[in-house]
Design a protein around this ligand. Sequence first.
Ligand code: ATP
Length: 371
Amino acid sequence: MNLAVELLNVSKLFKGLNSKEFLAVNQVNLEIKTGEFFSLLGPSGCGKTTTLRMIAGFELPTSGEILIHQEPMKNRPPFHRPVNTVFQNYALFPHLTIAENVAFGLEMENLPRPQIKSRVADALSLVKLTDFQTRYPRQLSGGQQQRVALARALVKQPKVLLFDEPLGALDLKLRKEMQLELKKMQKQLGITFVYVTHDQEEALTLSDRIGVMNHGELLQVGTPLEIYEYPKTKFVADFIGETNVLTGRVTQIKGQEITILVDEQLTLHLTTSQPVIEGQIINLVIRPEKITLYPNHSQNQTNDPNIETWKGILEESIYLGTDTRYNVRLTDKMVIMIRIQNCHQDDLQRFTIGQQVNVAIPPNSIRIIEY
Ligand code: ATP
């Protein structure tokens, strides 16, 4: 396999002001493939920026090794690594024009003038800023400044481009537009992108694969579909979208078919290849949009015997535009969350608070997780 970036058991220990040590990155092992759009996703302080800065060479690992295109980076300063970084704050020079900003890195390399000119023109054309090249950064919008920062990184023709929350300062609409442009550009150029974000939707939209981090650890790596549909832990399930986490006891096992008693009252049947034993307490996640809700008296219920139906009382309904979120109380201790697209509801007024409802859970939507 052609790997662009490899992290082998990489840790980073910071020494704080009071000489207390802080493990920002904890034994991370990661392989990023050439040409891949890879996102590091996690909450603030989880160590994603530190990981990116170690790949760039701005920070050195306390232990472990980083390889870029099979070459160890141990003694290579940032400017001798085949990578470039695009920062959230753009870091443009205010006194230089857009073209001069983009040319800066090439001038530092003392490249011949005609070559600089043609590479700057190509980079500006790629980010659609040819007409803005004589302006100064303050004369551009946030989105345009971000494009200049991108052009400045692209002009160096790096093998790997590193992004640290590059769209964080943009408003939602512009951010969505830039996301599409970035993705298109990445596919067109075939450059490996390593992208740091705390925005789960952004990571799902852009990435070929995502690595989810928390407390310095890399918890799970997978495609957006794998991470969303098959989260391994409660943290990953919770961080990527809304989820229900249920705890139950395995009461019966017949081959791969298991029966689980949730909250000592509700029965669930599911098929799993994961090894479980009778009496074991397990945690399950179910995405709210996989569950269906029926009025208690409705004829329009599923006849599929595999679909578990539980009775409950509708406690809350929140209209969210494209869909509605319902909270249904199933037991004294348990409330389940359900999301239904509004276009799938015959009548938005169909459910009323306090009403008895049936909650239908397809077994293939239930995942067993580590806590
Ligand atoms: P954010 O999204 O807020 O940028 P992050 O996931 O990128 O967060 P990092 O910036 O990698 O997190 O920081 C990880 C942890 O390491 C944080 O608790 C941070 O305070 C700490 N840290 C980062 N840089 C240093 C430093 N130079 N000295 C001491 N501690 C640091």
